[in-house]
Design a protein around this ligand. Structure first.
Ligand SMILES: [Zn+2]
Length: 193
């Protein structure tokens, strides 16, 4: 990897101007916040539970000349991994494919970012000579991970214990407090009969 381009301190403008690209693999252990989403269940990866997940990533700089104005500076980012998570239906381990694919356009300052944000499809970031690309990759993967991970089809047919089931039934049977309140509020308006 070119020493000029340290991914902890990427000079975005220089990277884009030369239309450079980089790609590689990085262990999930490098990303503390992302690693927190992963569960360490044996079922998650029975074949190689000792091997941490690997993230495949790539970044591509792009310099788009604009007639009569400043060139646009772009960074395209892709990253993916198999994330071991806990299925929220059967509570077993499930390997979830998480993929991020995002383009960023860099603007000179925060004010420009705010004023152009509404009409832009892409993500706007403030230009920096010191971009932490690892953080960007981590943020994008966290946002791409499912909030409620599930197997497409659960391998085990014991979704919850009897206690959990009873609790859910009790929850369902509870009257909706807002519905009750609405009834109370309605009373004075009802015509007396
Ligand atoms: Zn499941």
């Amino acid at each position: 990897m070119d020493k000029k381009f340290d991914l902890n301190h990427l000079n975005v403008k220089a990277f884009a101007r030369e239309s450079l690209s980089l790609l590689g693999q990085q262990s999930i252990t490098h990303f503390a916040r992302l690693a927190e989403l992963a569960v360490n269940l044996e079922e998650a990866s029975p074949n190689d539970s000792s091997k941490p997940s690997q993230i495949s990533w790539s970044i591509q700089g792009e310099w788009v000349p604009v007639a009569g104005g400043d060139a646009q500076i772009w960074l395209h980012l892709k990253a993916e991994l198999e994330l071991p998570m806990q299925c929220q239906r059967c509570m077993g381990g499930v390997n979830v494919s998480v993929a991020a694919n995002q383009s960023f356009r860099f603007v000179p300052d925060e004010a420009t970012a705010e004023s152009e944000d509404d009409e832009s499809e892409e993500d706007l970031l403030v230009l920096t000579p010191d971009l932490n690309v690892w953080e960007l990759i981590e943020d994008e993967l966290i946002m791409s991970a499912p909030i409620v991970p599930k197997h497409p089809i659960c391998p085990n047919l014991v979704p919850m214990s009897a206690v959990d089931h009873a609790f859910e039934v009790a929850l369902d049977a509870r009257p909706n407090p807002f519905a009750a309140l609405a009834k109370l509020k309605k009373k004075p308006n009802e015509s007396p009969r």
